[in-house]
Design a protein around this ligand. Structure first.
Ligand SMILES: *Cc1c(COP(=O)(O)O)cnc(C)c1O
Length: 449
């Protein structure tokens, strides 16, 4: 088996996500033979450092021995069972653990099988809660500019990245979109807290105006990942929590990308010391092994559905693979690594190395900003450093960085012209320096004409 032979077979039957398939007439697709730690290896023996954690899911490396062992054990016991009327040990234990480690008050766990599905669950639960409470006029959601919550129709509707949304707009429910706290847009000299707090007035206005008809505000705490890794200050979450209480609107925290240590704390909401009414978790939940998501909510929400059958107030949402036993077990093994190895503390050290490794990018003539929140570091590549004029998107300069990096054995996958590092937590100092070196050379190549 070679890269070429498997690529040919792939391209004759497969259709890949987030891909213009015609691109593969010029850019080869890369068949991966195996993964080990932060490294991926293709069928021709080339190795790639997985600097983006395989789309932000992998936390402790590929073929992690501890997760592998847990899965092998689970496989011998129970792989999957219907989750209505039945339960199993791994699902129960995982829910117990999630209730313990998530922000205070989130005591109920509902499983689904991917991030978008978790968002759908949270939206439906919030709407249904208000309905069960007799507040049937509450049917709308408030969302932030530049947000991303997944690509099924409900999740896409509450997102705001036009690349994903525009085409399908006629199919989507109406939402109230509020300008966001993204600190890339702060005034010269203005601090992150000052800018994010200042931008909150727009959210406050929207809540004041629409709260009667609004079920919930949905946000990505601290980092809008798919929206070009734009970041904001925790003050915004604090203000939002207070305002949601004041205006009787739920707060849905979509921590699908930022949860599990990405931002420097186990959950991003911790940095604002707030508890949302719903938290959506997926991606890193299983260490990047299997598709699983969870929505945690409060006793108050749960109680609004808890009644005699004849009241018809039960929550209705089901997926065939809800609470899959293998996925739950992978998640348990992942949480065990966090517990045993003091990962949050170790990540502080790694994040510091990332900061240092990226120092030189600040002065690059085509870098408008280098920003970082914990284990996410992003470099905004622009045409004009001073005016921040972007390159025309048609030039696809980020793609040039991607291809250059691949040729040097690093998997970077820029979002447009934003190059970012989001490595597994087992990455070494040396590997981080390699990532930064390759990114630097890639940006040099991509900006030379
Ligand atoms: C990836 C992502 C989703 C969607 O998760 P999928 O598993 O890809 O459906 C939702 N919200 C955020 C913030 C994400 O980053």
């Amino acid at each position: 088996m070679s890269n070429q032979s498997l690529s040919n077979r792939d391209l004759s039957v497969l259709w890949h996500p987030c891909t213009q398939m015609k691109d593969h007439e010029t850019f080869p697709i890369i068949p991966i033979k195996k993964g080990q730690g932060v490294w991926l290896e293709d069928f021709d023996g080339n190795r790639y450092l997985d600097a983006i954690s395989s789309w932000w899911v992998n936390l402790f490396g590929h073929a992690n021995p501890a997760i592998n062992a847990a899965l092998k054990d689970q496989l011998e016991t129970l792989e999957q069972v219907i989750f209505a009327g039945f339960t199993h040990e791994s699902a129960v234990e995982l829910a117990e653990k999630l209730v313990t480690i998530t922000p205070q008050g989130l005591n109920r766990c509902f499983y689904a099988d991917n991030g978008s599905a978790a968002v759908e669950v949270a939206l439906k639960m919030s709407f249904h809660y208000w309905r069960n409470c007799g507040q049937t006029q509450k049917t709308k959601f408030i969302t932030l500019e530049n947000s991303y919550h997944g690509e099924t129709l409900g999740a896409l509707a509450v997102g705001n990245v036009s690349l994903y949304k525009e085409t399908y707009a006629p199919l989507l429910m109406d939402v109230i979109t509020v300008p966001g706290p993204d600190c890339y847009h702060r005034a010269p000299g203005e601090s992150w807290p000052d800018y994010s707090a200042r931008r909150f007035t727009l959210m406050e206005q929207a809540l004041q105006q629409h709260s009667d008809t609004v079920c919930a505000v949905i946000i990505e705490p601290l980092v809008q990942c798919a929206g070009h890794m734009r970041m904001y200050d925790p003050i915004y979450l604090k203000l939002l929590r207070t305002a949601c209480d004041k205006y009787q609107v739920h707060l849905i925290a979509d921590e699908i990308a930022v949860g599990f240590g990405r931002t420097g704390t186990l959950f991003a909401c911790e940095q604002a010391a707030v508890s949302p009414d719903f938290i959506c978790l997926s991606k890193g939940l299983t260490g990047g092994y299997l598709a699983l998501s969870a929505v945690l909510t409060t006793d108050q929400v749960y109680q609004a559905f808890y009644a005699d059958y004849q009241t018809m107030s039960a929550f209705l949402h089901s997926h065939s693979y809800t609470g899959n036993a293998l996925a739950c077990r992978a998640a348990l093994a992942t949480l065990e690594i966090f517990r045993q190895q003091n990962i949050i503390e170790k990540n502080r050290f790694l994040a510091g190395i990332m900061t240092k490794a990226a120092m030189r990018f600040h002065d690059h003539p085509h870098v408008a900003e280098v920003r970082q929140t914990g284990m996410i570091l992003a470099i905004e590549m622009v045409k004009n450093k001073h005016t921040r004029e972007p390159y025309p998107w048609q030039q696809r300069r980020g793609l040039r960085v991607y291809q250059y990096a691949l040729s040097k054995g690093v998997l970077l996958r820029p979002l447009g012209d934003v190059i970012y590092f989001m490595p597994p937590y087992i990455v070494t100092e040396q590997e981080l320096l390699l990532i930064a070196d390759v990114a630097w050379q890639g940006i040099q190549q991509a900006t030379q004409d």
